[in-house]
Design a protein around this ligand. Structure first.
Ligand code: CTP
Ligand code: CA
Length: 228
């Protein structure tokens, strides 16, 4: 029923979405990651599919069912996600990088489980910076392709969002303040501000993540290059 009532305004569009956290192994049983649940990215993928797009979802490890009708590819690390996104991006009209990519990974992965010793009261883990997937996609973006980033910030939302648009060559960034109880990583609701490369912005008030996804797509559609 929901499907039948949704406008089919994304027919003919190829949409590539990423979701969830990346997970950076320390040893065979441990990893470095973050609190992303994948709910926002899955909501965007589902909304685009409902509106007629052909959707590919590249997802980190989450406990959500794959959306019906969406090609879903599971990845683990930032490097896996980078390889998959970069190999798929050429076919996409719209790329929406919702994933919470770990900025750093352990400098090497132990092949055996790390054991503690009785005289050891601390351990040091060395992390190295991961590649910036979105920035690389921004460098490779072709004319007409529309590139969207997400940003969760604790402070200076607008200034940070505008900086990321420029640095990563984005068309739009969806930014939200984290730390509140209604919006963010594990919740079913979200509120955010969409910033565009022309300097304009739109607030999306607190609503269900599925509804947020549709408003985001409404805004994106009005900004698409008609030649794209
Ligand atoms: N991103 C990415 N690859 C990374 C880090 C981030 O593709 N290695 C993407 C995220 O998926 C998101 C956007 O970049 O769409 C913004 O992520 P964010 O963490 O807010 O920005 P960073 O550039 O990592 O800066 P910082 O964490 O210092 O705020
Ligand atoms: Ca980051």
């Amino acid at each position: 029923m929901e499907h039948m009532l949704t406008p089919k305004d994304f027919v003919g569009k190829q949409v590539l979405v990423s979701a969830g956290p990346t997970l950076e192994p320390i040893d065979p049983v441990r990893y470095v990651s973050n609190h992303s649940s994948g709910k926002m990215g899955y909501a965007v993928a589902r909304a685009a599919e409902m509106r007629g797009a052909s959707v590919t979802l590249v997802t980190g490890s989450v406990s959500l069912d794959p959306p019906v009708g969406v090609e879903t590819i599971c990845v683990q690390t930032c490097q896996d996600m980078a390889d998959t996104m970069l190999s798929k991006m050429a076919h996409a009209d719209i790329i929406i990088q919702v994933a919470a990519v770990a900025d750093f990974r352990p400098d090497h992965r132990e092949t055996l489980k790390i054991k503690k010793t009785s005289d050891q009261d601390r351990m040091t883990l060395t992390l190295v910076q991961n590649p910036d997937i979105l920035r690389t996609m921004g460098e490779r973006k072709r004319p007409g392709q529309f590139l969207v980033g997400f940003a969760a910030e604790t402070h200076d939302l607008a200034a940070n969002a505008v900086k990321k648009i420029k640095k990563k060559n984005l068309d739009m960034i969806a930014a939200n303040l984290v730390g509140g109880k209604d919006a963010g990583f594990q919740t079913d609701t979200n509120k955010m501000t969409l910033f565009f490369k022309d300097g304009s912005k739109t607030d999306i008030p607190l609503m269900d993540k599925q509804a947020v996804a549709h408003v985001l797509l409404d805004n994106l559609l009005t900004r698409l290059d008609p030649r794209g």
